[in-house]
Design a protein around this ligand. Sequence first.
Ligand SMILES: [Zn+2]
Length: 283
Amino acid sequence: MNQFLLGTILAILISVTAWRLRLLSRSGMIAAGIMGILVFGLGGLPWACLLVGFFISSSLLSRFARKRKSQLDDKFSKGSQRDAWQVIANGGVATLLLTVSWIQHDLIGCSEACFSANGWAFLTFAGSLAAANADTWATELGVLSKSKPRLITTGRQVPAGTSGGVSPAGMLAATAGAVLIALLTALPWADIPHPLDPLPVIILVTVAGLVGSLLDSLLGATVQAIFFCPTCQQETEQSPLHSCGTETFKRRGLEGMDNDMVNLCCTLGGALLVWLVFMIQYR
Ligand SMILES: [Zn+2]
């Protein structure tokens, strides 16, 4: 219970600070606070360390890249303050995984070979956050690349910031973002029974992050809803109104498949890859 109390205090402290620094909107602060309480309180230090690693590194990158990126901001649907949907899209899958594994292991109790007891839930959690981190790093740093990105599906050159565009700089940033989470995962945590040696853990979590971020680009290039502003004559993720005030109309993609939904799929992809490896191991 002490861990839960301490976790709650830390989670509230971090999310309120992030809100005061304008990294989170008010709704984003509430969502991040609840997420933090669950991760700190139920998981403890190892799980919280991964979440904080993601949160701090991606927030710092947004800050660092903001000046050079400001002319691109109206292309993205939201500014740099993250709202509740963005917070859930990035950390929701990981938090849900931890909560389910806590219920299975600590509340109900499960055998030695179960997903939650032997460290695999922790690796799946890490895979999901590695995907979120890889994608955020690629988005924040990729747009600063001098060379124009190419669409992941057709290879056509597209303007910087286009959904589904990939570039060598973006891929490098995605790898670095995934490696950071992978290194934090492989630390010798006392209360996590690691099923694998450190090197396989680093490789698995990094690959999960990259697969998630590639899935993000693939969905961004195919099914993500892209809108068009007739006044500015440019594509945008903003709907129903563009930043200029004009009503935008859908050009392609699926209804409701916005950037947050694509991000959610990205984090789900990272988790699924680790879960598949677990299934193969214990088949
Ligand atoms: Zn416009």
